[in-house]
Design a protein around this ligand. Structure first.
Ligand SMILES: Nc1ncnc2c1ncn2[C@@H]1O[C@H](COP(=O)(O)OP(=O)(O)OP(=O)(O)O)[C@@H](O)[C@H]1O
Ligand SMILES: [Mg+2]
Length: 372
């Protein structure tokens, strides 16, 4: 069978852009295909000049085209999209709308949005977020993480994000780590430079992270919030009124009291609280006994008082033990649930299973229809 342009285009359709996660042919990245005898030259237009994924795309294109019968040599010529092409791609990625909108706030959005909050700092919100993200991805869901802790961002390190986001002018393509799409202010701030923004700027940053970032079709979006009930929590409630809340606390009474307050503002913002995660619940000793370093009962307490206060059941979703592997995993950018086998990983995987079973769907949401 002679080598045809159609045959080459057909295999190029199997090359997936690692960030946008669509075939490069769909993204109009294939500029040209030239065949001369067994020599094939493929022209590819990248979204940006310094695209960190250039090598991956070159490799995948070469591999696919080389596999065709009659091909003896493949050359990939990289170019860059012009402004017009980029604008067309942005419109295409936005599903035909030229202006940014927040996809998760649209009626009929099937993405579940969970904001991970706490009263006190350092109780493990970011660790819970990073691990839930990977565990949910392992359940086969498409997951995104938005690090909404503008001042104290820690998600990029915990998820081991290596590449910066790609900018398509005013559209941002998030990097993918551990199969999860991730965006954080940490990817834009110069290393070592603190972010000093006030309320309106924080709000604008959140708006951009939600509207200008190409998240694609997600089953779940997790938001790692800063501790407490500040500007960001309010922005989230405004921008994503259908986002739901997961409260993280430690077993300590003092932490529980503050966590309660963080949960209770949901009554004002009308967000639904999905449940409470108690973290650092105990340390399992070599003889199997449990040492309750931070006391006991905080999770139960928050679950109970929020249930009373909000008028519906706010369950205690899990008690996550102190787990050295969990801390190590966060430090080295590989959440512990990725490998499993530790008490912390098991507890977090269970939470993810519970969330996955309620993933995607309009259940419990107003449908906007009026019965006759
Ligand atoms: N179950 C656990 N076992 C051991 N270490 C943990 C556990 N949970 C969290 N840690 C560690 O505790 C520290 C604080 O956790 P983390 O950064 O997730 O808290 P946070 O609530 O996001 O903090 P902040 O309020 O500063 O954003 C981290 O070093 C983390 O690795
Ligand atoms: Mg944090």
């Amino acid at each position: 069978m002679p080598l045809t342009l159609d045959a080459v285009r057909a295999v190029l359709a199997e090359v997936i852009d690692p960030e946008i996660r669509r075939p490069i042919t769909d993204l109009d990245m294939v500029r040209s295909v030239d065949i001369e005898g067994g020599d094939v030259v493929v022209g590819i237009d990248l979204t940006t000049q310094g695209c960190p994924l250039r090598d991956v795309i070159t490799r995948d294109v070469t591999e696919k085209v080389s596999g065709l019968e009659g091909v003896s040599n493949v050359r990939v010529e990289m170019g860059v999209m012009n402004d017009e092409q980029k604008a067309a791609l942005r419109t295409k990625l936005r599903g035909g709308t030229p202006e940014p909108v927040i996809p998760f706030a649209q009626p009929g959005s099937l993405t579940r949005v969970y904001a991970i909050t706490s009263g006190k700092g350092g109780v493990g919100k970011s660790s819970v977020t990073a691990n839930l993200a990977v565990a949910l991805k392992n359940q086969g869901l498409k997951v995104g993480v938005l690090d909404a802790d503008i001042y104290g961002f820690s998600i990029p390190r915990m998820l081991g994000v290596e590449n910066p986001p790609t900018k398509l002018d005013d559209m941002i393509i998030p990097p993918v780590a551990d199969g999860v799409k991730v965006i954080s202010i940490g990817m834009f701030a110069a290393p070592g430079t603190p972010v000093i923004w006030r309320g309106p700027m924080l709000h604008r940053a959140m708006q951009q992270f939600l509207g200008d970032v190409f998240w694609g079709d997600l089953d779940v979006l997790l938001l790692d919030l800063p501790p407490g009930t500040g500007d960001i929590a309010i922005s989230v409630a405004q921008l994503l009124p259908n986002s739901e809340i997961i409260v993280v606390t430690t077993p300590q009474v003092a932490a529980a009291e503050v966590a309660q307050r963080a949960g209770i503002i949901s009554a004002q913002t009308r967000q639904h609280v999905v449940g409470v995660v108690e973290n650092m619940s105990y340390l399992e000793l070599p003889d199997g006994s449990r040492q309750e370093i931070f006391g006991t009962g905080g999770g139960e307490e928050v679950s109970h008082s929020l249930s009373v206060e909000l008028g519906y059941e706010v369950p205690l979703l899990a008690q996550i033990p102190i787990d050295i592997a969990l801390r190590e995993g966060s430090d080295k950018g590989r959440p512990v649930v990725a490998d499993g086998g530790t008490p912390g990983a098991e507890a977090l995987t269970k939470v993810a299973e519970a969330l996955a079973s309620r993933a995607r769907g309009l259940a419990g949401r107003p449908l906007g229809v009026t019965p006759k």
